[in-house]
Design a protein around this ligand. Sequence first.
Ligand SMILES: Cc1ncc(COP(=O)(O)O)c(C=O)c1O
Length: 440
Amino acid sequence: MEEWQPRDAKAVWHPYTQMKTGGNPSVVVSASGAWLQLSDGRKILDAIGSWWVNLHGHTHPKLVAAIQQQVAQLEQVIFAGFTHTPAIQLAEKILQHLPWQAKVFYSDNGSTAVEVAIKMAIQYWHNQGEVKPKLLAFQHAYHGDTFGAMAVSGRSAFTLPYADNLFETTYLPNPIPQNTKEIEEIIIRVGEEGKTAAFIYEPLVMGAGGMICYAPEELEFVLTLAKKYHLLLIADEVMTGFGRTGTLFASDQVAPKPDLMCLSKGLTGGFLPLGITTANAEIFEAFWSDDRMKTLFHGHSYTANPMACAVGVASLDLLEDPEYFQNISRISKQHQAAISRFQKYPWVTEVRSCGVIFAITLEDGGKDSQYLSWVGPYIYQWFLDKNILLRPLGNVLYLLPPYCITDAELNWVYQTIETFLIDWENIQMNEPLHPGAIYG
Ligand SMILES: Cc1ncc(COP(=O)(O)O)c(C=O)c1O
């Protein structure tokens, strides 16, 4: 089996990986529940739901069956001029949970769901004779890696080489409570200028920016102002959707409802790539016309892939079982109880939790305290050696486990984190910078 690693090194370019220093990736041969089976015989606990996609555990039998059944019937068909039952069923189900939304538009992943939302927002105004090319977003936002999604993300190492290619976005500072006056001033200025189509935000938890958690009332303050100044609201729930924050959607916890929503990741339970942008009736009506120039000219070859939609329906079926949310609240309670356990360490700057998301910010010697912080790759390797997959965002160590994780598994992870924190002072003093920085 180990012959696969050199073959990988020769042929494959991995995402978010500095290929020179990244070391050999682990070869996964199978997976079940929260566990990954490696080719070298080791089993690794997937404590981050494989980049936040996996909800119910790997190879969940109901989801496997849904795909098997669908693939034998219809694997893929053009989605312009044609439709199919899995796409209709999934759209209906999603809209049942989002009564403030009217239509579902399919695409392929989180970034494309964001691209579509941005295009809908800009064209909503264009179709009514108004030119509003700009967007408003949070400073530490992350909305994806395609150009539109990068343009509305915070400017960072991820976007630096393309800075001149990104359209103009105005940023709101965060944390919100410390910046209310400035936020208000910016929204008033942007609103009066009349060139900004929409405000895009990750509700309650800003993921890749460092699992920054903020309260529903803080978001309500910003959304109420944005609405007052006629900005469309785009909720990017690519990460927060499908139970992550304790409710099906984070937007459920906030009174002002978005005009557009972006969904992906957990949408298919983490089985197949699929994106959704939902729009309210007002947005949709701005495109409804005899004038073909008012069409949304957007679509992807695999739009609404039937297998992805079928597994999306099966995943929502599981989530709709009331007992299922007890599972989510079990994990949330465990996280809440664990906060004080880690807060006592002097090199822990902050511990926070929202739903099934749990995050610890570490003091990293003040070197760079961001995504490129040296401690990220170090921690990654330390935990991988202990058979736990964590993939810190710089100096932010976080858990985002599939909902099937047991109390015993979770306690083992907390215990291992505690061992790490106890060791951390020694590690900082004695260990050289880890030579094989796994990612960068
Ligand atoms: C909030 C948010 N939006 C968009 C994306 C992009 O999704 P994808 O990686 O599927 O393109 C991500 C990915 O992490 C995300 O967290």
